[in-house]
Design a protein around this ligand. Structure first.
Ligand SMILES: C[S@@+](CC[C@H](N)C(=O)[O-])C[C@H]1O[C@@H](n2cnc3c(N)ncnc32)[C@H](O)[C@@H]1O
Length: 520
């Protein structure tokens, strides 16, 4: 796992050890706008928005947004000259003129940048000194537009207290080591040695062993910055909100809305239900204390915005719906003979009786990864279900079913249609960014603003070929030319197939569409 490129440590640890940059869908303004809208705000449309990201790293989050929204203006600030140089080079190669990157200390950012509809600070707040944290919140107060939304993520309490048990071991054992690679090596060895030597019958021993196991899966560069930064601190939600309040800010929501209480089950849910809905912050804080939350992604807005909290009176009407769901053909529940079984991407299964709800889920499954306007979905569902004589009652029952599924976090809603293609065109086009990334890495950014892994060099090559000039037959020829060349030059290896077939090209096209990589 030695993928850490090290350099002179003198200025910024992020110059010395690069941090992996990704697109984070939970920070995307389209997502933030939807949550804000549900809460009664009038957020800026993404087509013309202004976005600021503080601690933007090498632009992995802003660049895909800039490509998707050519009329938007995006600004990225980071202290690391190395990360900013990479971001600028990437933006220039992609021909982007709507995103700018600047090497600057957050402490030196001023109102000169203008107002922003969205300000994103991901993976920074817990890892910078107190004056920088204070400045981040002050900048939200100074730079947010009246209906603007700020996103800030941080390590959360009380969950991180358990992680800190392992950090204490690693920080102590590496206290005199400066070299990043050596620090990580010694830290890994130390936590393993100490955890294995603890008494597994004790609370402490169990906690340390559990965390030691998790640490094995953390990449070196992430472990170095996230856990081995001696200044890193976790915060309770109420601490962050108390620090934000003097800057004229209030809590809007968590980005996981509406599934905020998804982690709380059974008795924990009952504790939460006992807290009145008029006390949302007490509910939120109680949730963390119940589930031992380690990480928060909190949205803030101006304190003078009147917010409508909770889902009472909620209507799907203004939104587009999406769900990664498939009907499980032939799976019958004997206790509910009329019910159909639906499997959602995260493994959740639902048995659905209502004919209109079944039809709606089938339509969502066919549309994925695209989304569909609510009124279109209702029309499709009622048409397919045949419908009874009382159309209004049918719609009411469909809404009840869809709302329950939405509350469980299984349906996504959005104010805007997804900007991607779900049908395979005559000459398919994958996103420009994904085509470039596929040539260099197995990880690409999809058009839903997520990092997705491409399985193997053939699929990577295939994605890179989807530039809109090739029909499926031409894609087959190009793929076979690539395979033949790879074998001739000895780069093939036994795992690489000798030849691709037309059926495989069709399969790759369906996979690429389902992975949300097709732009046209
Ligand atoms: C953990 S990385 C997160 C990068 C990116 N937001 C992400 O989540 O992948 C923290 C970033 O904050 C930047 N940073 C730290 N202190 C800063 C400061 N005072 N001003 C500007 N950027 C800073 C670092 O250079 C680094 O790129």
């Amino acid at each position: 796992m030695n993928d850490m490129a090290t350099r002179d440590l003198a200025t910024n640890p992020y110059d010395a050890v690069a941090y992996p940059g990704h697109a984070f869908s939970q920070t995307h303004p389209a997502h933030l706008a939807t949550i804000a809208h549900i809460h009664g705000m009038t957020p800026a449309p993404t087509a013309t928005m202004r976005v600021l990201e503080l601690g933007c790293g090498s632009g992995g989050n802003l660049i895909p947004m800039a490509l998707q929204c050519p009329g938007a203006q995006l600004v990225g600030i980071d202290l690391s000259g190395r990360a900013i140089a990479r971001a600028k080079a990437e933006a220039a190669e992609l021909g982007l003129s709507n995103v700018s990157f600047e090497q600057r200390d957050i402490m030196a950012v001023t109102t000169g940048l203008g107002q922003f509809d969205y300000i994103i600070v991901h993976g920074v707040y817990s890892w910078v000194p107190q004056p920088v944290r204070e400045r981040i919140l002050a900048l939200f107060g100074e730079l947010l537009a009246p209906q603007g939304i700020a996103y800030v993520s941080y390590n959360a309490l009380p969950g991180c207290r358990l992680r800190d048990l392992a950090r204490d071991v690693m920080l102590f054992e590496t206290r005199e080591i400066d070299d990043p690679l050596e620090k990580v090596r010694v830290a890994r060895a130390a936590i393993k040695r100490f955890a294995e030597a603890t008494d597994a019958e004790t609370f402490y021993g169990v906690a340390l062993r559990e965390r030691a196991k998790q640490i094995e899966d953390i990449p070196d560069n992430v472990l170095y910055h996230d856990d081995l930064n001696p200044g890193a601190r976790a915060f309770a939600l109420h601490e962050v909100l108390a620090a934000a309040e003097p800057h004229g800010l209030q809590f809007l929501s968590e980005t996981s809305f509406p599934n905020n209480f998804g982690g709380a089950r059974g008795p924990a849910q009952q504790v939460l239900n006992a807290i009145p809905i008029s006390e949302p912050l007490r509910q939120e804080q109680a949730l963390d204390l119940l589930i031992g939350r380690c990480f928060r992604q909190t949205l803030l807005c101006r304190a003078d915005v009147a917010l409508h909290r909770g889902l009472a009176g909620f209507s799907f009407a203004p939104y587009h719906l999406a769900a990664n769901v498939q009907e499980e053909e032939g799976k019958v529940d004997e206790k509910r003979p009329g019910a159909a079984s639906f499997l959602f991407a995260d493994g959740v299964r639902l048995a659905v009786d209502l004919p209109a709800a079944k039809a709606a889920l089938r339509a969502l499954g066919r549309t994925w990864p695209g989304n569909i306007r609510y009124d279109e979905l209702v029309a499709l569902a009622l048409q397919e279900a045949g419908g009874g004589s009382d159309r209004e009652r049918e719609i009411e029952r469909l809404n009840e079913a869809l709302t329950a599924i939405y509350r469980a976090g299984l349906i996504e809603i959005g104010l805007e249609p997804h900007r991607l293609a779900t049908r395979i065109s005559e000459r398919p086009v994958a996103s420009l960014l994904a085509r470039r990334q596929a040539l260099a890495s197995h990880e690409v950014t999809d058009l839903r603003h997520r990092a997705v892994a491409l399985d193997g060099v053939v699929v990577r090559k295939f994605v890179s070929l989807l530039d809109g000039t090739r029909t499926p037959a031409m894609l087959l020829d190009a793929l076979n030319a690539f395979l033949s060349e790879a074998h001739k030059s000895g780069r093939g290896g036994p795992a690489l197939p000798k030849e691709a077939t037309a059926a495989e090209v069709d399969m790759h096209l369906r996979d690429v569409a389902r992975l949300a990589l097709l732009a046209g």
